[in-house]
Design a binder for this molecule. Sequence first.
Ligand code: ITT
Length: 209
Amino acid sequence: MTDTAMSRVVLATHNTKKLAELRRLAEEAGLEIVGLAEVADYPEPDETELTFEGNALLKATAAAEATGLPALADDSGLEVDVLNRMPGVRSARWAGPEGDDRANLELVLRQLHDVEPRRRTGRFVCAMAFAHPDGRTEVLRGEVEGVIIAEPRGTNGFGYDPIFVPEGHERTTAELSADEKDRISHRGRAVRAMVARLPELLAAGAGEE
Ligand code: ITT
Protein backbone atom coordinates (compact mmCIF):
# COMPACT_ATOMS: atom_id res chain seq x y z
CA MET A 1 0.00 0.00 0.00
CA THR A 2 1.33 3.44 -0.87
CA ASP A 3 1.22 6.40 1.53
CA THR A 4 -1.46 8.00 -0.63
CA ALA A 5 -3.67 4.92 -0.59
CA MET A 6 -3.24 4.63 3.17
CA SER A 7 -4.78 8.02 3.78
CA ARG A 8 -7.78 7.56 1.47
CA VAL A 9 -11.04 7.41 3.41
CA VAL A 10 -14.71 7.59 2.49
CA LEU A 11 -16.85 10.07 4.42
CA ALA A 12 -20.18 8.37 5.00
CA THR A 13 -22.75 11.14 5.24
CA HIS A 14 -25.71 12.20 3.10
CA ASN A 15 -25.92 15.59 4.80
CA THR A 16 -24.17 17.99 2.38
CA LYS A 17 -23.47 20.69 5.01
CA LYS A 18 -22.02 18.11 7.38
CA LEU A 19 -19.96 16.66 4.51
CA ALA A 20 -18.52 20.12 3.81
CA GLU A 21 -17.42 20.46 7.47
CA LEU A 22 -16.01 16.93 7.62
CA ARG A 23 -14.21 17.33 4.31
CA ARG A 24 -12.64 20.62 5.41
CA LEU A 25 -11.46 19.14 8.71
CA ALA A 26 -10.20 15.88 7.22
CA GLU A 27 -8.41 17.51 4.26
CA GLU A 28 -6.73 19.92 6.66
CA ALA A 29 -5.31 16.80 8.31
CA GLY A 30 -3.94 15.53 4.98
CA LEU A 31 -6.49 12.81 4.26
CA GLU A 32 -7.66 12.04 0.73
CA ILE A 33 -11.44 12.17 0.92
CA VAL A 34 -13.96 10.19 -1.09
CA GLY A 35 -17.57 11.36 -0.80
CA LEU A 36 -20.55 9.02 -1.12
CA ALA A 37 -21.38 10.66 -4.45
CA GLU A 38 -18.13 9.19 -5.82
CA VAL A 39 -18.85 5.57 -4.85
CA ALA A 40 -21.47 3.06 -6.01
CA ASP A 41 -24.81 3.54 -4.30
CA TYR A 42 -25.54 1.23 -1.35
CA PRO A 43 -28.50 1.04 1.05
CA GLU A 44 -28.29 3.64 3.83
CA PRO A 45 -28.57 1.88 7.21
CA ASP A 46 -31.48 2.85 9.49
CA GLU A 47 -30.22 4.74 12.55
CA THR A 48 -31.71 2.23 14.98
CA GLU A 49 -29.29 2.65 17.90
CA LEU A 50 -30.07 4.73 21.00
CA THR A 51 -26.60 6.29 21.25
CA PHE A 52 -24.57 8.59 18.99
CA GLU A 53 -21.73 6.08 19.11
CA GLY A 54 -23.95 3.18 18.04
CA ASN A 55 -25.41 5.05 15.07
CA ALA A 56 -22.03 6.41 13.95
CA LEU A 57 -20.67 2.84 13.92
CA LEU A 58 -23.66 1.61 11.88
CA LYS A 59 -23.00 4.28 9.23
CA ALA A 60 -19.21 3.79 9.09
CA THR A 61 -19.43 -0.01 9.00
CA ALA A 62 -22.02 0.00 6.19
CA ALA A 63 -19.82 2.33 4.14
CA ALA A 64 -16.63 0.30 4.68
CA GLU A 65 -18.42 -2.94 3.76
CA ALA A 66 -20.02 -1.45 0.65
CA THR A 67 -16.98 0.41 -0.69
CA GLY A 68 -14.03 -1.68 0.50
CA LEU A 69 -12.44 1.57 1.76
CA PRO A 70 -11.76 2.72 5.33
CA ALA A 71 -14.76 4.86 6.30
CA LEU A 72 -15.50 7.70 8.70
CA ALA A 73 -19.04 8.61 9.78
CA ASP A 74 -20.43 10.92 12.39
CA ASP A 75 -23.67 10.81 14.31
CA SER A 76 -24.32 14.11 15.96
CA GLY A 77 -26.98 16.24 17.56
CA LEU A 78 -28.10 18.73 20.15
CA GLU A 79 -28.74 17.73 23.77
CA VAL A 80 -30.93 20.14 25.76
CA ASP A 81 -30.71 19.57 29.53
CA VAL A 82 -34.31 20.57 30.41
CA LEU A 83 -35.58 18.27 27.63
CA ASN A 84 -33.84 15.28 29.26
CA ARG A 85 -31.02 15.63 26.72
CA MET A 86 -33.37 15.44 23.73
CA PRO A 87 -33.47 15.88 20.71
CA GLY A 88 -30.19 13.89 21.05
CA VAL A 89 -29.96 11.07 18.51
CA ARG A 90 -33.30 12.27 17.07
CA SER A 91 -31.95 15.75 16.21
CA ALA A 92 -32.22 15.38 12.41
CA ARG A 93 -35.88 14.35 12.54
CA TRP A 94 -37.14 16.09 15.71
CA ALA A 95 -40.08 17.81 14.01
CA GLY A 96 -40.85 15.02 11.52
CA PRO A 97 -39.37 12.43 9.17
CA GLU A 98 -38.56 14.92 6.39
CA GLY A 99 -35.59 16.30 8.37
CA ASP A 100 -36.33 20.02 8.02
CA ASP A 101 -33.65 22.07 9.87
CA ARG A 102 -35.89 25.11 10.36
CA ALA A 103 -38.88 23.09 11.65
CA ASN A 104 -36.59 21.19 14.06
CA LEU A 105 -35.13 24.39 15.47
CA GLU A 106 -38.56 26.03 15.84
CA LEU A 107 -39.91 23.03 17.70
CA VAL A 108 -37.04 23.23 20.22
CA LEU A 109 -37.73 26.96 20.65
CA ARG A 110 -41.43 26.29 21.34
CA GLN A 111 -40.51 23.56 23.82
CA LEU A 112 -38.23 26.03 25.66
CA HIS A 113 -40.48 29.09 25.42
CA ASP A 114 -41.04 29.44 29.20
CA VAL A 115 -37.58 28.28 30.30
CA GLU A 116 -35.46 31.03 31.90
CA PRO A 117 -32.07 31.83 30.27
CA ARG A 118 -29.85 30.27 32.97
CA ARG A 119 -31.61 26.90 32.56
CA ARG A 120 -31.31 26.79 28.74
CA THR A 121 -28.08 24.79 28.81
CA GLY A 122 -27.05 21.99 26.48
CA ARG A 123 -24.39 20.78 24.14
CA PHE A 124 -23.63 19.65 20.62
CA VAL A 125 -22.34 16.09 20.56
CA CYS A 126 -20.50 14.30 17.76
CA ALA A 127 -19.58 10.62 17.79
CA MET A 128 -16.99 9.98 15.10
CA ALA A 129 -16.68 6.36 13.98
CA PHE A 130 -13.97 4.72 11.90
CA ALA A 131 -14.53 1.36 10.24
CA HIS A 132 -11.91 -0.58 8.31
CA PRO A 133 -13.03 -3.10 5.65
CA ASP A 134 -11.15 -5.74 7.68
CA GLY A 135 -13.72 -5.32 10.47
CA ARG A 136 -11.84 -3.18 12.96
CA THR A 137 -13.68 -0.17 14.36
CA GLU A 138 -13.03 2.83 16.60
CA VAL A 139 -15.41 5.48 17.93
CA LEU A 140 -14.63 8.78 19.68
CA ARG A 141 -16.76 11.65 21.00
CA GLY A 142 -16.44 15.44 20.80
CA GLU A 143 -18.71 17.91 22.62
CA VAL A 144 -19.21 21.65 22.94
CA GLU A 145 -21.23 23.10 25.85
CA GLY A 146 -23.46 26.11 25.36
CA VAL A 147 -26.88 27.72 25.75
CA ILE A 148 -29.96 27.75 23.54
CA ILE A 149 -31.08 31.32 22.85
CA ALA A 150 -34.69 32.38 22.18
CA GLU A 151 -34.33 34.02 18.73
CA PRO A 152 -32.34 32.46 15.85
CA ARG A 153 -29.29 34.46 14.72
CA GLY A 154 -26.87 33.92 11.81
CA THR A 155 -26.86 32.09 8.49
CA ASN A 156 -23.66 30.00 8.54
CA GLY A 157 -23.51 26.32 9.41
CA PHE A 158 -26.70 24.21 9.51
CA GLY A 159 -29.21 22.53 11.81
CA TYR A 160 -29.47 24.12 15.24
CA ASP A 161 -26.52 26.51 14.72
CA PRO A 162 -28.69 29.69 14.73
CA ILE A 163 -29.91 29.02 18.31
CA PHE A 164 -26.70 27.71 19.91
CA VAL A 165 -24.19 30.01 21.66
CA PRO A 166 -21.06 28.11 22.75
CA GLU A 167 -19.80 28.64 26.30
CA GLY A 168 -17.46 31.63 26.48
CA HIS A 169 -18.83 33.14 23.26
CA GLU A 170 -21.46 35.75 22.43
CA ARG A 171 -22.21 34.74 18.84
CA THR A 172 -24.18 31.67 17.76
CA THR A 173 -22.34 28.97 15.82
CA ALA A 174 -24.28 30.27 12.78
CA GLU A 175 -22.58 33.66 13.28
CA LEU A 176 -19.07 32.19 13.56
CA SER A 177 -16.91 31.75 10.47
CA ALA A 178 -16.24 28.20 9.28
CA ASP A 179 -12.74 28.33 10.83
CA GLU A 180 -14.03 29.65 14.14
CA LYS A 181 -16.68 26.93 14.35
CA ASP A 182 -14.18 24.18 13.41
CA ARG A 183 -11.83 25.26 16.20
CA ILE A 184 -14.37 24.79 18.98
CA SER A 185 -17.07 22.51 17.58
CA HIS A 186 -18.03 19.01 18.67
CA ARG A 187 -17.20 17.84 15.12
CA GLY A 188 -13.86 19.64 15.04
CA ARG A 189 -12.88 18.05 18.35
CA ALA A 190 -14.00 14.57 17.32
CA VAL A 191 -12.29 14.75 13.92
CA ARG A 192 -9.01 15.99 15.41
CA ALA A 193 -9.06 13.17 17.98
CA MET A 194 -9.79 10.61 15.25
CA VAL A 195 -7.15 11.99 12.89
CA ALA A 196 -4.58 11.53 15.66
CA ARG A 197 -5.54 7.84 15.82
CA LEU A 198 -5.71 7.23 12.05
CA PRO A 199 -2.05 6.51 11.25
CA GLU A 200 -2.20 3.60 13.67
CA LEU A 201 -5.65 2.42 12.54
CA LEU A 202 -4.77 2.54 8.84
CA ALA A 203 -1.30 1.02 9.30
CA ALA A 204 -2.59 -1.90 11.35
CA GLY A 205 -5.10 -2.63 8.58
CA ALA A 206 -2.35 -2.57 5.97
CA GLY A 207 -0.26 -5.02 7.99
CA GLU A 208 -3.07 -7.56 8.18
CA GLU A 209 -3.90 -7.54 4.48
P1 ITT B 1 -26.07 11.57 7.96
O1 ITT B 1 -26.72 10.59 8.90
O2 ITT B 1 -26.21 11.17 6.52
O3 ITT B 1 -24.65 11.89 8.32
P2 ITT B 1 -27.94 13.45 9.17
O4 ITT B 1 -28.27 14.89 8.97
O5 ITT B 1 -29.10 12.46 9.20
O6 ITT B 1 -26.86 12.99 8.06
P3 ITT B 1 -27.39 12.89 11.96
O7 ITT B 1 -28.34 11.74 12.02
O8 ITT B 1 -26.05 12.75 12.61
O9 ITT B 1 -27.09 13.33 10.45
O10 ITT B 1 -28.16 14.16 12.57
C1 ITT B 1 -27.47 15.29 12.86
C2 ITT B 1 -28.42 16.41 13.14
O11 ITT B 1 -28.02 17.07 14.34
C3 ITT B 1 -28.36 17.46 12.04
O12 ITT B 1 -29.32 17.24 11.03
C4 ITT B 1 -28.59 18.75 12.82
O13 ITT B 1 -29.98 18.93 13.01
C5 ITT B 1 -27.95 18.45 14.17
N1 ITT B 1 -26.52 18.89 14.18
C6 ITT B 1 -25.43 18.07 14.14
N2 ITT B 1 -24.30 18.77 14.08
C7 ITT B 1 -24.66 20.07 14.05
C8 ITT B 1 -23.95 21.28 13.94
O14 ITT B 1 -22.62 21.30 13.80
N3 ITT B 1 -24.64 22.42 13.93
C9 ITT B 1 -25.97 22.41 14.02
N4 ITT B 1 -26.74 21.32 14.10
C10 ITT B 1 -26.09 20.14 14.12
